[in-house]
Every structure is written in C-alpha cells, then in structure tokens.
Design a protein around this ligand. Structure first.
Ligand SMILES: O=C(O)CCC(=O)C(=O)O
Length: 295
C-alpha cells in the first residue's frame, strides 16, 4: 500500500481549529484551505488516476460518479483522518460517502463550469458536505473553483440546462436568474489541499488557460443521521457507526475495476440516477463509461 493511503498516515494537519471550521461553514458556506495530504501524495493519486485512464480509456466515465466503488485507492482517500477531522465540527463523526467523482479540466481554454448550486439536484438533509480535493495545484490560470461567500443562505435559485455547451457538468446546468457575482472568490489550492463546501453555495469555474490539466477529486459526505429527501440510496460508511439505517451500505472495492466491483458500482449509480437525472434524457457517463470531457 502506498504511504499516501496507508493506515500509518500522519494525523490531520488542517490549519483551522474546529470552532473556526464550523463558523466559516455556517456563515460563508465554505472552509479553505484544508491540508488533506502532502503535494507528493496528491501527485501519487494523480499518477494512479492516469494509470487507470491509460489502461481503461473506454471506461473513463465510470469515475464520474461513485468512483470509490471501482478503485480501492479512491476508497482509501475517502477514509483519510485529515478529511474527517475537518468535517467533524460540521457534521460529526459518523460519516457516509454518498459520491466520489473526478473533475479533470483539460488545458483547452474552453471547458468551464457555470455558476450553479448542487442543492438543485441533491436533496439531502442536512445538505451534502463536499470535499473538493486538489490533485494538481488549482490556480486562477487553470480554472480553480470560484465561490460566492454566503450564497448558501440564498435558497435555491432557478436553474436551466444547456445543451451542447462546454460545461463540465453532466446536466450542463446554470443559474438562470440575476445574482450578484461581484464578491466571487477563487479557491486557489496547493496540490493536496481541499475546500469543504456547503452544497447550496453558488460555485463555478473558468476555463483552464494553463499548459497542464487541473484535477479535482470531489467527495460528497453525509452524516449517518442524515437523509435523502427524495428516495433511498446507498452510501459507504467510512467512519463511526450507522444507527439510523437511512442508507443501504456499500461494500468497499477489493480489486481495481473487478467484475463484482463493476456490478455494485452500476447498481449504486442507477439508484442515484433515478433522482439526479430525473426529467433528463441524458446518458450518465458513470453508466455508459464514455466520458464527455476527455483530457
Ligand atoms: O471542478 C470544478 O471546477 C467544479 C465542479 C462542480 O462544480 C461540480 O461538479 O458540481
């Protein structure tokens, strides 16, 4: 096992204290930066991701959703104490991972993410708490995440979906009403650092105008006492215990892209798709395996 994800991993090195984490999350809708792993360890994750991409070029889409069911090293990242320590002041220590996906943005000066709120499609109580972990540095030049501080208090704004756009978002969604973008903040991160997001926060990202790809690993957490409001789903218990039985439990992968792993991944994604893609005729990448934004 690599030092990155071994159980001998050093404890969390988040520079923020628990009270500050809670205060920032509640008032601003985000917490950053949180040091999750070293830059070398992030580079190792990138190498593993790119090994998968080379070996399975026809299956890249599988990593768009529930990627932690496909590759054991991804599951191990979701169990890092450094991430859980940053989440504990917000949602406690009984933690389920609802989703993991990669957001790799090609240096094509074109692909972007429009302003949106994840709560329009993710209906959970409390909200999903997202850890956006930088596997490469995230800079203004390469299209780092942008957030609008305190926009998680606005409620859900109306969204529309764009067809044939260069959006990285599976449904191409964007906020369709007027809103104040003047206070947008870039989430500049070193490789191995993360931003923790309230899913109602308005966020976006500009095209990548650098020479290298920008890679984010998005991990959605929900406390075990939390609930999906529109149906039942499966999720992975990664810390503590689940005394609430609001989710069916997923099984950690043992083999890279194994047959059993693929079957379990498919079943889990199908259940997400029932609500996440409701009313859409789009084909989820995580089911077809075909990635839309190939880097
Ligand atoms: O990685 C990015 O630039 C943004 C991704 C995002 O907002 C999302 O997947 O909801």
């Amino acid at each position: 096992m690599s030092p990155t994800m071994s159980s001998a991993m050093p404890p969390a090195t988040t520079p923020l204290n628990p009270a500050r984490i809670k205060q920032d999350f509640d008032t601003l809708g985000y917490v950053a930066p949180v040091r999750v792993m070293s830059a070398d360890e992030a580079a190792e994750c990138r190498r593993r991701l790119e090994d998968f991409e080379r070996a399975h070029s026809d299956k890249l889409g599988l990593l768009d959703m529930k990627a932690n069911l496909i590759l054991p090293w991804i599951d191990r990242v979701t169990r890092l104490p450094s991430i859980h320590a940053a989440l504990e002041p917000i949602i406690g220590s009984d933690l389920l991972v609802e989703n993991v996906g990669f957001r790799s943005k090609a240096p094509d000066a074109r692909t972007f993410v429009a302003w949106h709120q994840d709560t329009v499609y993710l209906k959970f109580e409390p909200v999903i708490t997202t850890c956006w972990l930088a596997l490469t540095p995230a800079t203004v030049e390469n299209g780092c995440l942008m957030v609008l501080p305190a926009s998680h208090t606005w409620g859900d704004l109306p969204h529309k979906e764009a067809r044939n756009s260069d959006s990285m978002l599976t449904r191409g969604h964007y906020i369709a009403s007027e809103f104040d973008k003047t206070k947008a903040l870039p989430m500049v991160l070193d490789a191995g650092e993360a931003v923790i997001l309230h899913t109602a926060i308005a966020h976006a990202s500009e095209p990548n105008r650098s020479q290298d790809r920008r890679i984010g690993m998005l991990i959605d957490f929900v406390p075990a006492w939390g609930k999906k409001l529109n149906g039942r789903e499966s999720a992975m218990l990664v810390r503590g215990t689940d005394r609430w039985n609001h989710f069916d439990h997923e099984i950690p992968p043992e083999h890279d892209v194994g047959e059993a792993e693929r079957a379990r991944h498919r079943r889990a994604v199908e259940r997400v798709v029932e609500t996440f893609y409701a009313g859409s005729d789009r084909q989820p990448e995580a089911l077809t395996g075909k990635a839309r934004n190939v880097v």
